[in-house]
Design a protein around this ligand. Structure first.
Ligand code: KIV
Length: 291
């Protein structure tokens, strides 16, 4: 059964919610089969898959392309799609772009921002589009360098007030990125909707990671993440073995090909010999089948 926002809300008091980014069909299929509750088609697709320098270059077209692929692989997980930079500057623009993501089979959308996106979240909720808020460090708006948020009283108060306002506007879930753990604890306690942390400690209702960080594909390591595998090393090993085998003629072998029946091939050989192709600069002088 498809994961619903009602279920996700119920999990707040019963189990932690596992959210993982996915940008393609096979990753979505595996995440789905492994019981991931929400697959996030994050704008982190830009840096992790498309080779962009930052997420600011990600377009709606990029997002739609990856959302379609992920949605094809996620039969159960809730497909959450990021609204990219510059795609929600007014509530109207936000609604139009959210509708495009939903039309391409996202189950909900995520928007970065605090009080400035309250009106957009309210409008999307009026149109029954599930919206996840995203506060704290927000890569689209906070600049390139990830910085911890909520270390001083004023910022802590801002974060708590924003979270409450976003919930009131209709957000069904909230991602909290790089926020001090005591502040996250307070937000989680005050909100009825689930809080999903990244770099924000254990007091959230769930956790999100970028799949490339989680499987050990990313070249860098981050304090907020944990690699549960070594995909980059495994990929490099496989590619090196493949390249070496091809270079020395070890792959492919006849086992990787299909053979023609010997009597058929004898006819082809005879046709080739009769036409003396090698000596002729314009070799097609007999029609195939004219034996
Ligand atoms: O784009 C993304 O991957 C995200 C997560 C880091 C929450 O927004």
């Amino acid at each position: 059964m498809k994961q619903s926002i009602e279920n996700l809300r119920k999990y707040k008091n019963s189990k932690k919610i596992a959210v993982l980014t996915a940008y393609d069909f096979p990753t979505a299929q595996v995440a789905d089969a492994c019981g991931i509750d929400v697959v996030l088609v994050g704008d982190s697709v830009g840096t992790n898959v498309l080779g962009y320098a930052d997420v600011l270059q990600v377009t709606m077209e990029d997002m739609l392309h990856h959302v379609r692929a992920v949605a094809r692989g996620a039969d159960h997980a809730f497909v959450l799609a990021d609204l990219p930079f510059h795609s929600y500057e007014t509530p109207r623009q936000c609604l139009e772009n959210a509708m495009r993501l939903i039309a391409d089979k996202a189950d909900g959308v995520k928007i970065e921002g605090e009080l400035e996106v309250v009106d957009s979240i309210r409008l999307l909720t009026q149109y029954a589009i599930p919206v996840c808020a995203h506060i704290g460090y927000t890569p689209q708006k906070s600049g390139g360098k990830p910085t911890a948020q909520g270390k001083d009283v004023r910022r802590a108060q801002e974060l708590i007030s924003s979270a409450l306002a976003l919930e009131k506007a209709g957000a069904f879930m909230i991602v909290i990125e790089l926020v001090t753990e005591q502040v996250v604890g307070e937000i989680t306690r005050l909100l009825k909707i689930p809080t999903i942390g990244i770099g924000s400690g254990p007091l959230c209702d769930g956790q999100v990671l970028v799949v490339h960080d989680m499987i050990g594909m990313t070249a860098k390591t981050f304090k907020h993440a944990l690699a549960f595998g070594n995909a980059r090393e495994e990929l490099a090993k496989s590619i090196s073995r493949y390249a070496a085998q091809v270079a020395r003629g070890g792959f492919p072998t006849s086992a990787n090909a299909t053979a023609m029946a010997p009597e058929m091939f004898a006819q082809v050989k005879d046709w080739v010999n009769r036409n003396a192709f090698a000596a002729d600069p314009n070799p097609i002088r007999d029609t195939p089948g004219n034996f």
